[in-house]
Design a protein around this ligand. Structure first.
Ligand SMILES: NC(=O)C1=CN([C@@H]2O[C@H](COP(=O)(O)OP(=O)(O)OC[C@H]3O[C@@H](n4cnc5c(N)ncnc54)[C@H](O)[C@@H]3O)[C@@H](O)[C@H]2O)C=CC1
Ligand SMILES: O=C(O)CCC(=O)C(=O)O
Length: 427
């Protein structure tokens, strides 16, 4: 662990990864931007990229180094906003794409932020609790110069949670010399976190999913759903759909794929994950071939794990008629085309998973005003924002005869580029 011999991922070509997918999405929306297309290049390059070396002393006394990133893609509409991911596959291409999707998402649901994202290339499951804390604190100190309540506000993403946010908030505050609760969102409630934030992304996935089902003229009750990823987003979305009468017939995480035609017991499965760290070992039939997950017979598919999961290799096998993207960037553009031709409706990530950042916005507002709302108020406002954003995107897609993704990008990119144009370029 002391020396990493791998070529740093930031030296590998960027455009073959998620950043390439994002660029292609921007190319697809550009013809719909009218005169604002003059400014589109601003969306094709991040405003600021910070790559940091994150050294820590491991419990056995050795020194380990990790690649850390914070990318601020665009700040035309407000401070940078977006999560921090700890994962062994984090790369510059991934963080750039995730930051850019935040720009589009924040504008599509009209929260007053730009887009940012961060990450550390590490498998946190190989570190002790104390090592994760040291790494988080060192990373926060390294990016301290570019984050802040009015500059860039991190939040949880894959393998990060309320505890990591508490350490980030504490480290930033120590460096500042005063407590700055607004520097991160997704904090524990006892430190200025918001009621409802933990569930917000999954709840948003559920709200727009239910809207899409309604528009398709179907009833959610009895619908058969397959979910990839059973963490914060996938686990909570699965629970809300099953509470609404749908059947979760398959769940896949990094360790296993479970199937049950009668519907998995989601409460029991969440309990199992809390104790065992994954769905593996739960009392249900296991699908041995992980790739066969995509061929399962279901009505709705919810990718809620990582990007680039739905590709031309599996898109033509998908049997669901509706895909709700809980994850960021789960569908590569070529797979999008195949699914479109098959008549599959995709509710794109930049709308479907925007519930998290929407309640992060509520948390930030509550922190500034030191006045906290009830969970009912938060869920009602979240539901309203998600339904309105979905309706606007649906209507535009019908008017322009484009996919929901292109419509969501038209809404988001137009807001960003209009702000860019109004601000002008000179000091
Ligand atoms: N946490 C949040 O508020 C938000 C998260 N998202 C996105 O949702 C996705 C999931 O994030 P979280 O649920 O927060 O992360 P998490 O860390 O809570 O859960 C991730 C889940 O994905 C599974 N997974 C990892 N690798 C996998 C693989 N190769 N195959 C199948 N499953 C795999 C893990 O086992 C785990 O169940 C990510 O794309 C993230 O960017 C989007 C908006 C907000
Ligand atoms: O809550 C936030 O600020 C950002 C959540 C996030 O990382 C995302 O929407 O992908």
């Amino acid at each position: 662990m002391a020396i990493q011999h791998e070529l740093p991922s930031y030296l590998r070509p960027l455009e073959t990864g998620p950043w390439g997918d994002y660029l292609e999405q921007i190319d697809r929306v550009t013809p719909h931007l009218g005169p604002l297309a003059r400014w589109v290049e601003t969306l094709k390059r991040p405003k600021r990229i910070l790559i940091v070396d994150v050294p820590i002393e491991r419990d056995d006394g050795t020194i380990a180094h990790f690649e850390g990133y914070r990318v601020q893609h665009n700040t035309s509409r407000g401070p940078g906003k977006g999560g921090v991911r700890f994962h062994q596959d984090v790369s510059l291409s991934e963080v750039m794409a995730l930051a850019a999707w935040m720009t589009v998402k924040n504008a599509a649901v009209n929260v007053p932020y730009g887009g940012a994202k961060g990450g550390i290339r590490v498998n946190p499951k190989t570190l002790s609790h104390a090592e994760v804390q040291r790494m988080t604190r060192r990373y926060t100190s390294e990016i301290n110069i570019i984050i802040g309540p009015n500059k860039d506000i991190p939040a949880p993403d894959v393998n990060t949670n309320e505890q990591i946010m508490a350490w980030m908030m504490d480290t930033y505050s120590m460096n500042q010399g005063s407590t700055a609760s607004g520097v991160v969102t997704g904090k524990p409630i006892s430190l200025g976190g918001s009621l409802g934030r933990h569930e917000a992304t999954g709840r948003g996935v559920f709200v727009v999913g239910a809207e899409a089902v309604k528009r398709l003229g179907k009833d959610l009750k009895g619908m058969r759903i397959a979910v990839q990823g059973f963490g914060n987003v996938g686990g909570i979305a699965a629970r809300l759909f099953s509470e609404a009468g749908a059947k979760i017939v398959a769940v896949q995480d990094h360790a296993a794929t479970l199937i049950n035609e009668a519907g998995l017991d989601i409460h029991a499965l969440q309990n199992h994950v809390r104790h065992h760290g994954s769905i593996a070992g739960f009392a249900a039939e296991e699908l041995k071939d992980q790739a066969a997950f995509w061929e399962l017979d279901c009505d709705i598919l919810i990718p809620a794990a990582l990007e680039q999961q739905i590709t031309p290799a599996n898109a033509h096998k998908i049997r669901a008629k509706l895909i709700i993207e809980g994850a960021n960037g789960p569908t590569v553009p070529a797979a999008d085309d195949i699914l479109h031709e098959k008549g599959v409706l995709i509710v794109p990530d930049v709308i479907a998973n925007a519930g998290g950042v929407t309640v992060s916005y509520f948390e930030w507002v509550q922190d500034f005003s030191s006045f906290f709302w009830t969970e009912d108020e938060i869920n009602q406002r979240l539901t309203r924002i998600m339904q309105e954003a979905f309706a606007a995107v649906w209507q535009l897609a019908e008017e322009k005869k484009v996919s929901l993704r292109t419509a969501a990008f038209i809404v988001g990119c137009t807001r960003v580029l209009r702000a860019r144009e109004m601000r002008g370029l000179y000091p």
